[in-house]
Ligand binder design. Structure first.
Ligand code: GLN
Length: 492
């Protein structure tokens, strides 16, 4: 960052309170950064300049009156999967290109209520289906570390925007890795909370039993500040869980000596890029230097079986969730339909991309009377086995550590013709969603100028521990402070 503006929410919040600059000035600064860099990155679909300046102005008044909420006046971006009252919520799809949400998602409302300033909505894979952000109706997002490469997906816009410091933080959603994988590929901190920790109300549904809202930030301290606001039950989401919400910031500085880390042997095999293995191992050593102990564990189904089960369950759920996108209740309607059937068929045919259609077809097939037992029911059983593997592992360890992704950011178009290769991008993250557990990816090095992510998995509702471990690691390292050269701040 420039001398003037701090790099983190925590730093900006202190500066705002010390009157180094106003929330309006800060908002204008990020709006200028978006105006100059987004042309290249395409990380943001909609910029909400007017609303942002009005909210910043209000925040300044609150700060002047002594408001001490750490998010007051902090600019941030929302993934375009979250409904925002009066503002287009496209979910990266032509289908919702014309959809103005009539209400705020709970996540959006809570962050707004805490004084945060929304700068705009980030690009994403259509309906959060993808691992490269190339499935967006609005075009691909580019990775700020190398604009010929993908940022990961589906929260690629949020990850790229935070990496390029177009905002200090952004929201994301993670169904099979969509926060953690782009966080790893863009060199930012991505937190996927326990299923049910954060309300899904107003977050466009992809696979309801797997979707979870979370954060993309520069560091774990900021993720804690965001989660403090976002977490908690919501009467509008019956799957949100009424479990006590601790102060996630309070335990960041706790000593981690005695921490028991499990390393799944399945994470380090021939599919893993050597440079990633080296950096992840070095990161684990760093945690050992702080007094953690390490033990090899086995999660025999965490990879291939998990990916297979995921694509049955997620596709089944999406085929049902997306049935509401019919051009009548929601979204795009084709021109001059011949009759009702033609209108449904053509509206959906014209508005959904190939990938979304592929998933709807797989999902419809696996839920059909003849194949339900063979695929859907079987996948649910595999899911149960995976959850059980984790439960067993956590009986004598505290966290699981490994790589977030098998490789660093790949070239645009590299995998678009091969869905299976694309699906394998989430091979280390998907099992966590099937089991409903929390996970975080934090920057732990570079390979040929591209960021690498360390993946930490926690037990149910153990976000505080994940954030504590991540924060301790970030005290010893500065990977998370690196900023892509092509996008250095200060010039705007
Ligand atoms: N890449 C995975 C998919 O395409 C996961 C997406 C997600 O987490 N939203 O389904």
């Amino acid at each position: 960052m420039t001398e003037q503006y701090s790099e983190t929410i925590a730093g900006l919040s202190k500066d705002l309170r010390d009157k180094k600059y106003s929330a309006v000035e800060l908002t204008q600064y990020f709006l200028r950064r978006i105006a100059s860099s987004n042309k290249i990155l395409n990380a943001i679909i909609t910029t909400t300049q007017e609303q942002a300046l009005a909210a910043a102005n209000e925040a300044d008044q609150h700060i002047a009156a002594g408001d001490t909420n750490p998010l007051t006046g902090i600019p941030l971006l929302h993934k375009d999967i979250f409904c925002t009252d009066g503002i287009r919520t496209s979910c990266g799809s032509r289908m919702l290109d014309n959809f103005i949400a009539p209400y705020d998602a709970t996540v959006v409302a809570k962050l707004h209520g805490a004084g945060a300033v929304m700068l705009g909505k980030t690009n994403m894979d259509e309906f959060a289906m993808g691992s490269s952000n190339e499935n967006s109706y609005y075009g691909p997002v580019r990775n700020p570390w190398d604009i010929e490469r993908v940022p990961g997906g589906s929260s690629g816009g949020s990850a790229a925007a935070v990496a390029a410091r177009l905002a200090p933080a952004a929201t994301g959603s993670d169904t099979g890795g969509s926060i953690r994988q782009p966080a790893a590929l863009c060199g930012v901190t991505g937190l996927k909370p326990t299923y049910g920790r954060v309300s899904r109300y107003g977050m466009v549904a992809f696979a309801s039993s797997l979707d979870q809202a979370g954060t993309l930030t520069t560091d774990a301290r900021d993720a804690a500040l965001m989660l403090n606001v976002m977490a908690g039950p919501d009467h509008r989401d019956s799957t949100s869980i009424d479990h006590p919400v601790p102060d996630y910031s309070a335990t960041l500085d706790d000593d981690i000596s005695g921490l028991r880390i499990g390393i799944p042997k399945e994470s380090f095999d021939e599919e893993l890029d050597d440079s990633i293995a080296t950096q992840v191992n070095a990161a684990i050593k760093q945690l050992e230097a702080r007094g953690a102990s390490v033990k090899e564990i086995t999660l025999p189904n965490m990879k291939k079986a998990a990916v297979a089960a995921y694509y049955v369950v997620a596709s089944a759920e999406c085929s049902s969730n997306l049935s509401r996108m019919d051009g009548v209740r929601f979204g795009y309607r084709c021109e001059h339909p011949k009759d009702l059937a033609d209108m449904y068929a053509r509206s959906r045919g014209e508005a959904f991309s190939r990938e979304v259609k592929r998933r709807i077809m797989i999902g419809t097939y696996t839920l059909s009377a003849g194949f339900y037992d063979a695929y859907y029911l079987k996948a649910q059983k595999v899911r149960r086995v995976i959850a059980e593997d984790f439960r067993r592992a956590f009986s004598d360890i505290d966290v699981i550590a490994g790589p977030t992704t098998p490789e660093t950011a790949f070239k645009l178009k590299d995998k678009t013709d091969d869905p299976i290769r694309m699906y394998l991008s989430d091979i280390y993250t998907i099992a966590v969603n099937l089991a409903g557990l929390p996970g975080i990816s934090i920057p732990c090095g570079f390979s040929q100028g591209l960021p690498i992510g360390l993946h930490l998995i926690g037990n149910m509702f153990d976000e505080a521990r994940l954030l504590n471990v991540a924060h301790q690691y970030q005290q010893d390292t500065d990977w998370h402070r690196q900023i892509p050269e092509q996008i250095q701040p200060g010039d705007s």
